[in-house]
Design a protein around this ligand. Structure first.
Ligand SMILES: O=C(CO)COP(=O)(O)O
Length: 248
């Protein structure tokens, strides 16, 4: 496994001028400082062209926020993994909790979308995480087990996938899971991956933590065992904050 992966999920935010300023700021940082982390930005679909034209031949990778499971067809408003690959993306987020909630995406949908990403040559960043009710009821690990088991495509190559553990209650709320909470779940996920891929395969898979990651808590969270990076929402919209999370 390479260094940490720091992924910025812009969600439904930005504009052409905003994206240009943000990406130019990040490229300036990447050119100046040597960092061991890999950075990827995932803008809204309508801004992918803008971002990709700015990041061509740079070390800043680009990803989509969602893809359709099919290659093409009558799916108004959707984007195929093949098209994301064709325009220059390297990654796509699948199964984000906001898509699971807003669009009723199930583990089976996430599995199909992740398989589509792999078919197209993209790295899916497959999101899992429990709700507050599930945590309070003591169901966190069983929910995570089901999500990992059902959301990962059957024949996936561990070299080609990334997982992101995002407790739903920590997303955009300012509530961050404690390092102990994060460690428990990340170690559990690594154990599930060991069972499925063997230790040598499982250790190739980066497991990101997401949920109110900011410069102030990033060092602590990224130091937790089996935390191989971060999936950042709000703080990825500011050059200094996003950079500070990964550049250490
Ligand atoms: O959902 C997230 C990233 O995918 C996390 O969002 P916040 O960092 O804004 O909590």
């Amino acid at each position: 496994m390479a260094g940490k992966l720091i992924a910025g999920n812009w969600k439904m935010n930005g504009s052409v001028s905003f994206a240009t300023e943000l990406v130019e700021g990040l490229l300036g940082k990447l050119n100046q400082d040597s960092v061991s982390a890999d950075f990827v930005v995932c803008p809204p679909a309508a801004l992918l062209g803008t971002v990709l034209s700015l990041t061509k031949n740079s070390d800043l990778a680009v990803g989509g926020q969602d893809c359709h499971a099919n290659v093409s067809g009558a799916h108004t408003g959707d984007t195929s993994a093949e098209l994301l690959k064709n325009i220059g993306c390297g990654y796509v987020i699948t199964g984000h909790s906001e898509r699971r909630t807003d669009h009723g995406e199930t583990n089976a949908d996430v599995n199909a979308k992740s398989a589509a990403a792999l078919r197209a040559g993209l790295t899916p960043i497959i999101c899992i995480g429990e709700t507050e009710d599930e945590r309070v009821s003591g169901d966190t690990l069983s929910v995570i087990k089901t999500q990992v088991t059902e959301s990962l495509p059957d024949d996936c190559d561990p070299d080609s996938i990334v997982l992101a553990y995002e407790p739903v209650w920590a997303i955009g709320t300012g509530k961050t899971a404690t390092p102990a909470d994060v460690e428990e779940v990340h170690n559990f996920i690594r154990g599930l991956l060991n069972d499925r891929f063997g230790e040598d395969g499982a250790k190739k898979i980066r497991i990101l933590y997401g949920g109110s990651v900011k410069p102030a808590n990033a060092a602590e969270l990224l130091a937790v065992s089996n935390v191989d990076g971060a999936l950042v929402g709000g703080a990825s919209l500011k050059v200094e904050d996003f950079w500070a999370i990964g550049a250490r």
